[in-house]
Design a protein around this ligand. Structure first.
Ligand code: 5GP
Ligand code: ZN
Length: 135
């Protein structure tokens, strides 16, 4: 299914041109227009799924393989020293385009990329509440 109002549907399906690194029946991998670092790329499924909770498991598994394949080429080819795989869901998590995508972000010593959080404390109440979800 495609969403007529979704820019990533149009890019993934070739209706809008993009700097494409990789393409198969299910995905297109493109360079991010506003990269966090040199080589920042996005894995876009050709079908429209808003987020992690909508994308089917088999497609998600294939996306992980694409992340490894394209990520390895970026990592080695660009001489990166680290690598982040990031996937945002929902506005509070930083998602701005509501078509599932995976960020591939090569990292270099001293770069300005910020993928971090302030460490908190796991309370007894939270631990129990969360463990109870999985009983
Ligand atoms: P999000 O914040 O939703 O996880 O990531 C959206 C990403 O898509 C951002 O890194 C942004 O720079 C990128 N982006 C948004 N619009 C376009 C576009 O039209 N073309 C490309 N190549 N990247 C885009
Ligand atoms: Zn879409």
């Amino acid at each position: 299914m495609k969403d007529d109002n979704c820019i990533f549907c149009k890019i993934a399906n070739g209706e809008i041109p993009s700097a494409t690194l990789y393409e198969d029946d299910d995905f297109r991998v493109i360079l991010d227009l506003n990269p966090a670092s040199k080589g920042h790329a996005l894995i876009l499924p050709k079908e429209h799924y808003a987020n992690l909770f909508e994308i089917p498991e088999d497609l998600l598994s294939k996306a992980a393989v694409v992340a490894k394949k394209v990520g390895t080429k970026l990592y080695k080819g660009l001489g990166a020293e680290g690598f982040n795989v990031v996937q945002n869901n929902g506005e509070p998590a930083g998602q701005t385009v509501f078509h599932f995508h995976i960020h591939l972000i090569p990292r270099y010593k001293g770069d300005t990329v910020n993928v971090s959080w302030k460490q908190g404390k796991l309370t007894d109440g939270d631990r129990q509440e969360i463990l109870d979800l999985f009983k």
